[in-house]
Design a protein. Structure first.
Length: 130
């Protein structure tokens, strides 16, 4: 499945998600970067404002879309990976926005990407299906 975030500076965002988060870029263009987010997931970074109009090609039509303000998305991580991820982010000077211990036993760590999107690292036990 896909999750989309909208960014002001594509090269800066690519460095963040590739080098800090460790995702592999599958497609890179000036207006879109698609990352392998694991588990058949894709993180799409769109240059803010570049996808408002429909995308029309010989292959078909992709309806226009856009997002404003600080959006939110979460990456699923293993419970044993929580502390190492927290240390990694601290070493890179990433400020945390919050942490949660969920009633089902899951944990979440929140921080911002360079475009103020709220990113969450979530362990199992957050939702009934995760």
């Amino acid at each position: 499945m896909e999750t989309a975030l909208y960014v002001e500076d594509m090269p800066r965002a690519v460095v963040f998600y590739r080098d800090l988060i460790g995702l592999k870029a599958m497609v890179e263009t000036p207006r879109l970067t698609a990352f392998d987010a694991g588990r058949q997931g894709v993180l799409l970074l769109f240059l803010r404002g570049a996808t408002r109009a429909d995308g029309v090609s010989k292959a078909g039509i992709v309806p226009g879309h856009h997002g404003e303000g600080p959006l939110h998305m979460a990456f699923a991580i293993a419970a044993h990976a929580y502390a190492p991820w927290k240390r990694r982010l601290q070493r890179h000077g990433v400020a945390f926005r919050g942490e949660m211990r969920w009633p089902r036993g899951g944990r979440s760590l929140y921080f911002e990407d360079p475009d103020a999107n709220v990113i969450e690292l979530a362990t199992p036990g957050l939702w009934p299906n995760y």
